[in-house]
Design a protein around this ligand. Structure first.
Ligand code: ARG
Length: 548
């Protein structure tokens, strides 16, 4: 049940009659009433009439009988107060509904979500952490709403660095996992040899050629590196409760045989030009720092293919073979231009038809306490495992520490940067994971201690009413979060719900309620709060233990 939609539908005819054309009632939850519409203010200028007069006209003619009262307020707002009967009736119905009143969408779409995308033989860093956590929350929400979600883990498992990595693995003896126990050290050792040893550099270059032409020994070593890395990534996903599995790995190497075709097709369509020996596309509307057209390099001057060529092939595959309606790329903000260019070139090439949307779901950086990009003492980017270890060590249980890290990432607008502050994330008050988990555990403990069972909802105190309205806000919050790919909208709603529950718990005794009926009602409100928090946290990918 979505009260905003209900009020929207009832207000719309009155608003249209007054405005002389359809107008959006824009009903929103409000601290001044249950809901508020600012539509009269928005229309006033266009109609050349005072907003309060428009509001009065709407208030006089809108049919809200049985569901709400309406009043003009301030400069021309419409304040809406929902009837108690509507609230209690709706909650009583939710009590028997496993989906808490959130029906699956009528028109499911096939949505391909590209997230995590770590690089082979490198440890995941905090940027991958954000992609993994945000992408997984989006996959969970969209899937729960009934969409057909395809998870894709676009591993960096191909390209020139693999000449150096494979050559180093061979020279290390090629056997045993020990050399990869620390992937970063392995990568750095290979890099150091590559930078400091001319002969090694030559051998590494030859190794790329051997690898790309399918030399069996080189391929076997490469596969070994990929398999070891995949195992490590799967461990991280298991630790974090991420729904990505082995079946979702679709690394860059998958497209290696399609890259020549990409170039041929783009060339045939007149979309490529040579620039300093490289083959580039120049999608319209992109300018570089020098003011000239900004190229998207499809084939490098040395004949190798880069990141962009692979992304074009992957996009063609997802829109074409996978039949996606919507493509989401959960990748950090620095790759914004890359994706905008890839999408533009794919549109021009006809690989991304009008009906398919492609969206870069960008996000900001994780900062250290000094407000700068998180770096280790050695100056390189901080390892993921270390951060998780820190949070878990300080928490009372692993799912609290992991939940704290994930919630801190999801509770702010993803576009912004945030400071990694373990103390703040782990606080049991405020907008944190542990606070929500604790509130959920409290609802479970109340239910465990209850003597009677839950019964019809009665609104006897303002705190009950506020909690009831918060419960009814779950559906709009889930839909808004999924629609805008903004998990923080759901997180914010859950925090509001938990706060409303805490206020209720303080003022409205449950076990010692005045009478059996009020107790039964409070038990129902408590049970609904518990289920809503549990479902909401599940959609964000956060565990909610029954006892803490
Ligand atoms: N491996 C890339 C990186 O670490 C991220 C891949 C994102 N996905 C994509 N289709 N390009 O930056």
């Amino acid at each position: 049940m979505n009260l905003e939609n209900l009020l929207h539908d009832r207000l719309a005819p009155a608003l249209e009659a007054v405005a002389g054309r359809p107008a959006d009632p824009a009903v929103r939850a409000s601290p001044h009433a249950d809901f508020q519409s600012g539509a009269p203010l928005a229309l006033a200028r266009e109609l050349g009439r005072p907003p309060r007069e428009i509001a009065a006209g709407v208030a006089a003619t809108a049919d809200l009988s049985g569901i709400a009262e309406i009043a003009v307020s301030g400069p021309g707002f419409l304040n809406l107060t929902v009837s108690d009967g509507l609230i209690t009736g709706t909650l009583d119905r939710l009590a028997g509904d496993g989906r808490l009143g959130v029906d699956p969408v009528a028109d499911p779409a096939r949505i391909v979500i590209d997230y995590s995308g770590p690089n082979v033989a490198k440890e995941m860093h905090v940027g991958h952490l954000r992609s993994t956590i945000i992408g997984d929350a989006l996959a969970r929400m969209l899937e729960w709403l009934g969409h057909d979600v395809v998870r894709v883990n676009h591993l960096g498992d191909w390209g020139t660095p693999f000449g150096m990595l494979v050559e180093h693995l061979i020279e290390e003896g090629g056997e045993g996992d020990h050399s990869l126990a620390d992937l970063t050290a392995f990568y750095q050792a290979a890099r150091a040899k590559f930078d400091g040893d001319d002969d090694f550099r030559t051998r590494a270059r030859l190794r790329v050629v051997a690898l790309q032409s399918g030399d069996p020994m080189s391929r076997a070593m490469w596969r070994k590196l990929v398999a070891l890395s995949e195992r490590y990534f799967l461990d991280v996903y298991a630790r974090l409760g991420i729904t990505l599995g082995a079946r979702d790995f679709a690394g860059e190497s998958r497209y290696r045989d399609e890259l020549d075709g990409i170039v041929t097709e783009l060339a045939e369509k007149g979309l490529l030009a040579e620039s300093d020996g490289a083959l580039c596309a120049f999608p319209e509307g992109f300018t570089g720092r020098d003011g000239g057209a900004l190229p998207l390099i499809v084939r490098k001057a040395d004949g190798g293919f880069g990141y962009a060529a692979t992304d074009l092939a992957a996009l063609r595959h997802r829109a074409g073979n996978l039949g996606a309606d919507r493509l989401l790329y959960v990748v950090g903000a620095p790759q914004r231009t890359h994706f905008a260019q890839v999408f533009a070139v794919a549109r021009a090439a006809g690989w991304l038809p009008e009906r398919v949307s492609a969206e870069h779901i960008g996000f900001g950086s994780i900062l250290g306490a000094d407000g700068k990009m998180l770096r280790s003492r050695a100056g390189d980017s901080v390892k993921l495992a270390g951060l998780l270890d820190e949070a878990v060590a300080r928490a009372s249980a692993p799912e609290i520490g992991i939940g704290a890290v994930k919630y801190a990432d999801l509770s702010g607008d993803r576009r912004g940067d945030y400071v990694f502050d373990a103390d703040r994330m782990l606080a049991t008050t405020g907008n944190t994971g542990p606070y929500l988990q604790m509130t959920y555990a409290r609802t479970c403990s109340i239910a465990r201690k209850a003597t009677g069972g839950p019964g019809p909802v009665l609104l006897t105190e303002p705190a009950e009413r506020a909690l009831a309205l918060a419960l009814l806000g779950f559906e709009p919050a889930v839909r808004a979060a999924a629609g805008a790919a903004e998990p923080h909208r759901l997180a914010g709603h859950l925090y509001g719900l938990a706060s409303a529950f805490s206020a209720f718990y303080e003022r409205c005794p449950v076990h010692r309620a005045p009478g059996d009926e009020v107790r039964a009602s409070r038990l129902r409100l408590t049970a609904l709060t518990g289920r809503t928090l549990h479902t909401g946290l599940f959609l964000l990918g956060i565990e909610a233990p029954e006892q803490i």
